[in-house]
Write a protein that binds this ligand. Structure first.
Ligand code: ADE
Ligand code: ZN
Length: 340
């Protein structure tokens, strides 16, 4: 993939905001092996290269099976700190200035790791990210949709003492057969605690799931959402209400949501006025961090500077940053755009 030098330079210099990043999906094979050695865990793969070679996925579920298995090496607070700190350093190198990070507590509590261990490790890294790298951040607790409503309620209860350190709740894991409606009550309870709501919808599931996420879960952003184009009235509504979509191009390619990035609807949705943003989802598994995702769509869809600047501005608009910081970042993006 060769991009015009001016586009490469623009992507590098744009202040970037990431809104769809599963911290467990930033667990690189090198760290899997290091943590396995630390805890005396025997891995099914002989080497780092063997593990990386296994990252070929027929669909979302094939990925999730490997992703959940990898999490088994995360056991103590320092492991969660190290995981999050490694992501923040990598994001900083990419010019990321603000992140809103997902974590999946049930993946860990289900293995006997207490909720506070996970939460404290992540929060400590995020505090260091602000202090040492200047990256501001928010934390979003995701419920696993393949598990029960009761399990989600129990997770919300675990998180309750820490709720002031969470910005929102999300919904992830296997989408097909697990509609947003299954979690209507737990999302209502979470919103009652002052948490914002987001949900994965319209990744593998139908456009109807996006509608449910909006109408039943009252989400303020939709994660992925690319299948909205099956329902033109929904696309029009997303555009009119400026409901952001956190789109993850390399993820969509690796999980075969699109056969080819050239077929991706990101540019069409952007042109239709939808608040589309670019994100990395699970960068350790999908072959690229945030700037790589910008590069990949720029190349596949022949995006020019105006579209790339709009994507960066959309991410600021879609973030939960205070208005004054949003205005500062938008101005910084415009300065980069003019300086090209
Ligand atoms: N968990 C981690 N990545 C995910 C994705 N892309 N979709 C659903 N659940 C996920
Ligand atoms: Zn995701």
């Amino acid at each position: 993939m060769t991009l015009p030098a001016s586009i490469e330079s623009l992507i590098r210099r744009l202040p970037k905001v990431e809104l769809h990043l599963h911290i467990e999906g930033s667990l690189e094979p090198e760290m899997v092996f290091a943590k396995a050695a630390k805890h005396g865990v025997t891995l099914p793969h002989a080497s780092i290269d063997d593990l990386r070679a296994a990252y070929q996925f027929a669909d979302l579920q094939a990925f999730l099976d490997i992703y959940y298995a990898g999490c088994d090496v995360l056991r103590d607070e320092d492991d969660f700190y190290d995981l999050c700190w490694a992501y923040l350093e990598r994001a900083h190198a990419d010019g990321v200035v603000h992140v809103e990070i997902f974590f999946d507590p049930q993946t860990h509590t289900g293995r006997g790791v207490p909720y506070p261990t996970v939460h404290r490790g992540l929060r400590r890294a995020l505090a260091d990210g602000q202090a040492r790298l200047g990256i501001s951040s928010e934390l979003i607790l995701c419920f696993l949709r393949h598990l029960s409503e009761d399990d989600a309620f129990a997770t919300l209860e675990h998180a309750r003492p820490f709720v002031g350190e969470l910005a929102g709740v999300g919904l992830d894991s296997g989408e097909r057969g697990n509609p947003p409606s299954k979690f209507e009550r737990v999302f209502a309870a979470a919103r009652g605690l002052g948490l914002k709501a987001v949900a994965h919808a319209g990744e593998e599931g139908p456009a109807a799931y996006i509608r449910e996420a909006l109408d039943l879960l009252h989400v303020v952003r939709v994660d992925h959402g690319v299948r909205c184009d099956e329902d033109p009235a929904l696309v029009a509504e997303l555009a009119r209400r400026r409901i952001p979509l956190t789109v993850c191009p390399l993820s969509n390619l690796k999980l075969r949501v699109y056969r080819d990035l050239a077929d991706h609807n990101l540019a069409r949705l952007l042109a239709a006025g939808v608040c589309v943003t670019v994100n990395s989802d699970d960068p350790a598994y999908f072959g690229g961090y945030l700037a790589d995702n910008y590069r990949a769509v720029a190349a596949a869809l022949a995006l020019g500077a105006p579209e790339l600047v709009q994507l960066a501005r959309n991410a600021v608009e879609a973030s939960w940053l205070p208005a004054a910081r949003q205005a500062e970042l938008s101005a910084a993006i415009d300065r980069v755009a003019v300086d090209r």
